[in-house]
Ligand binder design. Structure first.
Ligand code: ZN
Ligand code: ZN
Length: 123
C-alpha cells in the first residue's frame, strides 16, 4: 500500500512539460510566473493557477505564489484559486461582455480565451 502511494507521488512530482517546454510537477523549483515576482515556488499542483496543470476555461497554465493566486472562483469542480489575469477575464465574462474579444491595458483587442492568446503569442 505504502509503495503505491509513493508511486503516485512520483507521478505528480514529474508531470512532463507545459506548452512552453518548461518542466512541470512539484519536483521542479521555479519562480512565481507573475511578472517581477521573485517568490520561490515549485511547479506542483499547489501552485498551479486553477489547481491543475495546463490551462482550461478559467485558468492559465502558469504557476504562482500564494500572494498572486488569491482569487477564488467556484465552478463545477469546486472552489479554485486562480491568478489575477485569469480573475480579470472571469470578471469580464461574469459581466456579460463580448466573450470573443477583449481590450487589454494598451487598448489592443486580443482574444478573450487565454488558450487562444497563448497560441497567438507562440505562432
Ligand atoms: Zn491564471
Ligand atoms: Zn508571486
Amino acid at each position: 500500500m505504502g509503495f503505491f502511494l509513493q508511486e503516485r507521488h512520483v507521478g505528480w512530482a514529474d508531470c512532463g512539460t507545459d506548452s512552453r517546454g518548461r518542466p512541470i510537477g512539484y519536483a521542479f523549483p521555479a519562480w512565481c510566473d507573475e511578472e517581477g515576482c521573485t517568490a520561490k515556488i515549485d511547479r506542483g499542483l499547489s501552485y498551479a493557477c486553477g489547481g491543475m496543470h495546463g490551462g482550461d476555461e478559467i485558468s492559465c497554465e502558469n504557476y504562482f505564489c500564494e500572494k498572486h493566486r488569491l482569487n477564488f472562483v467556484v465552478d463545477g469542480s469546486g472552489a479554485r484559486q486562480i491568478c489575477g489575469a485569469c480573475a480579470k477575464l472571469a470578471l469580464i465574462r461574469e459581466e456579460g461582455c463580448d466573450p470573443g474579444w477583449i481590450e487589454d491595458a494598451d487598448g489592443t483587442i486580443i482574444p478573450f480565451d487565454p488558450a487562444r492568446r497563448r497560441k497567438k503569442e507562440t505562432s
